[in-house]
Design a protein around this ligand. Sequence first.
Ligand code: NAD
Ligand code: 6OD
Length: 505
Amino acid sequence: MTSGRTTRWPSGLIDGRRSGDLLLPNYVGGEFVTGGTSFAKVSPVTGETLLHVAEADQATVDAAVTAARAALRGPWGAMGEGERAAVLRRVADELERRFDDLVAAEVADTGKSVAQARTLDIPRGAANFRTFADIITATPTESFTTVTASGGRALNYAVRKPVGVVAIIVPWNLPLLLLTWKVAPALACGNAVVVKPSEETPSSATVLAEVMAAAGVPDGVFNLVHGFGPGSAGEALTRHPGVDAITFTGESATGSAIMRAAADGVKAVSFELGGKNAGLVFADADLDAAVEGSVRSSFTNGGQVCLCTERIYVQRPVFEEFAARLAKRAEELAFGWPSEPATMTMPLISAKHREKVLGHYELARAEGATVLAGGGVPVFGDDRDGGSYVQPTVLTGLGRHARTMREEIFGPVCHIAPFDDEDEAFALANDSEYGLAATVWTRDVGRAHRAGARLEAGLVWVNTWFLRDLRTPFGGVKASGVGREGGTHSLHFYSELTNVCVDLG
Ligand code: NAD
Ligand code: 6OD
């Protein structure tokens, strides 16, 4: 086992300045491996190449899957739930020990603020491991006593077993949070994993491999392959006959491609996909809370959270006031360097994604939208002009058929429109191909519960947004996903149950 690797993260990387030469390796069977081709990781803050990443070829993916299979036959496969939970807790401890490196890695890759990484992304990594260590040791399996035809008794009980080798493919927006959200329950259930982070965010996943080694996770239990999707490590993994199940977070179109690849091997899939989430602001709401909540729900992480509200519907009596206040707050969001404590927004992940988002800003104008705030790019007069920043943007004036109202943009942008009554509000919110999350601002308790029952979304937040209890079900309906993870729902995906029936006579 290679346990001594600790990548040093030059502090300049945080603000998008290259210092030194880093080549991030793959992690296969307990070894950090480079060789073959590599690709550049570009800073979203400055556009400068920060480091290079070893791209896993087919042979590396094969080796990772083989190592994972071998690990299932080794000491890992023989461990009980309590022993695995102890390993998960050591991983959480080690994540906390490497906290500053993880912050540096995450901020370098994404350009998010140090403050956000310190309070949201990195703590959630450790919380995921501790939560699933608790859940795996506290969750019983079923048992039924059956009366047999002869009047005797039979005892049925279910035995929980790992699925086997699980492929984990994740996006770039909340890299460590989304990766550990899947790795922790997969390991809690006794699987071995091969993970592929986004090509845009290779760094915190590489630190996670170092954490696994240092925490004594047996070789082959956690494998990391870097690369792209089609024609690269992502596709190689989803088509691999040695992979038993695939869990994926990303775009709905990518989910379709992965589902086709998984069909040949009849592999189990869990998909957390895109969203076009609605926010509903009723006239009885605490308007201060609704405005501040909508600032968070539309602009957090540069709007690059699958749960962000891109469509906000506001009851007519408060529409004008809400619109003016939200637009003002959008224009006040401070652009700063990631390291500056006052920084409130961040760049988009890449120049390519910025082109997509700016294309949507143009499309909205062409479709007849009125721009209440933003709509362009900020000018800094320094190296950040080479980065991928756009202005937080508030739009209004579009009808339900506009593409801006139907397609996920995944940037700091929302459209606001008025409604008259509750039925209309729920109908507007449900008028989408997607169904991930909805946020409702109201003081009416009955309405809050009706929203939970009537909104076509996997998650409904009332008077809050992105408040997460890791024991709760998480996932989307319609084009927003397949299945649920979270709490015991994760155990359902990451384990197989064998029912044992014993005739007791
Ligand atoms: P993406 O689908 O482009 O990529 C996600 C991952 O899949 C990356 O690692 C990528 O390399 C890989 N990939 C791409 N094509 C592949 C293929 N054919 N086979 C195998 N792997 C492939 O998504 P993105 O642009 O990285 O992330 C943004 C999207 O993710 C948005 O749509 C957002 O809504 C969604 N998302 C959803 C959730 C959720 O919980 N529902 C959470 C975060 C992000
Ligand atoms: O909080 C989580 O567990 C989770 N999966 C969040 C997803 C955010 C999407 O961008």
